[in-house]
Design a protein around this ligand. Sequence first.
Ligand code: ADP
Length: 578
Amino acid sequence: MSAEATKPLASRLWTFVKPHRAGLALTFLAYLGAAGTEWFIPKLTGYVFGGGFERDAFHLAWIPVVLVGLFTVRGLCSFAGQYLFQWTLTRSVMDFRTALVESLLRLDAQVYTRMQSGAAVTKVVNDPQQILWLLGNVGMAALRDGLPAIVMLVFLFQLNWRLTLIALIVTPLMGWLMRKVNHRVRRVASQAYDAQLDLANRVEDLARAWRVIRQFGAVPVERQRFAEVAQSVRRNSLKTSAASALAQPASQFVASIGISLILVIAVWQIRTTGEGAKAFAEYVTALLLLISKLRHLSDLSQPATQAMVIARGCMELMDAPKEQDQGTLELPGPAKGDIELDAVQLTYPGATTPALDGLSLRFAAGQTTALVGASGAGKSSVIHLLLGFDHPDAGAIRLDGQDIEQLTRASLRRQFAVVSQDIVLFDTSVADNIAYAQVRDEARLEAALKAAHLWDFVQTLPEGLETPIGANGSKLSGGQRQRVAIARALYKDAPIWIFDEATSALDTESERAVQQALEAWQGRKTLIVIAHRLSTIRAADCIHVLGNGRLVESGSHAELLARDGAYAAMVRAQSAEG
Ligand code: ADP
């Protein structure tokens, strides 16, 4: 855990507000100004009634001037107060969100497999706003009621300090009780927050998987599942409210004990010393006022607790393990592309059997190497390791003779262009998807589009290259999405090309694009093809057959057929299907 992670929640939240604290101070001054005008109103009324009805007391024009002036000042102050408060809030929220997204962008690969995207959206989009808004309001209310409470306390001390000290004895008791209640509020509020996240995830699923839901006639099932989660959210928020509603009667109960105690003593004092009833009335009025202020302050504990519960969730995201980037070396330029796995061992957390079990194999520079094997054999895990998303538990992976653990992740990943079977596109234009995170070059774009058999299609689009393709490319067909992904890899022009062939057959257009790309690169780049359809890799220089995380056999298509082992059996099985 980082040093940051061990700091108390409140001080971590303060780090986002601190740079904008001037705004907070000005907000305070503005509200003070607005409150100050209140003081003039009774004063002025008093002045008018005091002598203002006499002829020539003052020019009548002063009435609108003073009144309008006063309300203008008040209006300006309260506008400034609200504006400055929002100014501080929006800036702090933005910083908070930026820090959360920064963390999201650097999470360890393992965290993503556990995390639901709905939770990430809630934690970055809604939570920072809600936390700081809640706390901001608590702070303002604390000022509004806290300042008069302090004044009242001073007043009480000066009236009768002995009695006031006795009154204060009740305070620790009240504090203890509040802590008990707050503890319960925090616990149930935590459950309520988790239930809320579940709800967000369910709804996200509903929006994302709408096709599957309709196809499977699963609307009643989903409705039922949603109802369960919604029910749990309802139950938990009711529990939270009940727990915090308990706080008020409990504190009033304790306060009533204190008040009776004080009254007994005060009345007794008056009876014995014969002090005036006036002092008594003054004292009790001030005391009741103080208690009512304190009661308002105790009402603030619920939103404050609520904010802390939500903050805890955000901090979990902020503290989730980051990707380790311990490498320090940078490859000077494009790699030759010679890759060697040396007795690589990999067991995923929680798995009982290793995904890769002492795997040694080579992807020779400038050659095409295919990885085949049954599903679960470990093909994707090899790619996962090559790209530095995980680290071998034992053994080493070398690129051009250099252990990849010693390379910076950025330098390592620059060497690879990947077309994976799960296609990830962004909600931007065709051009931005292809020249993704790279300098845009029209000639290179055209070449990539032509090589991916997309050029003619793009010409028919209303805005050509600038046409938006929808969330994850929803406005494109399956084949077009695949070809955009291919064009993106072509555009990157890395020395090593990984092609994770889709299990489902590609459309003919995409298949031709793939074949031509493979042919064009063959001999010039290091090509790694994860093949499901063995027909595509006949021409590969070398085929590695994996089984249960181990290398079963290697060789060219002809060699492996001659050997009549696992590969030959797979070929026979596929041609029988075909
Ligand atoms: P292939 O790509 O050949 O189908 P994988 O490399 O995806 O095989 O998987 C190898 C083994 O590792 C499988 O048994 C799979 O269940 C397991 N595995 C893959 N990814 C994870 C993960 N993130 N967590 C736990 N186990 C995993």
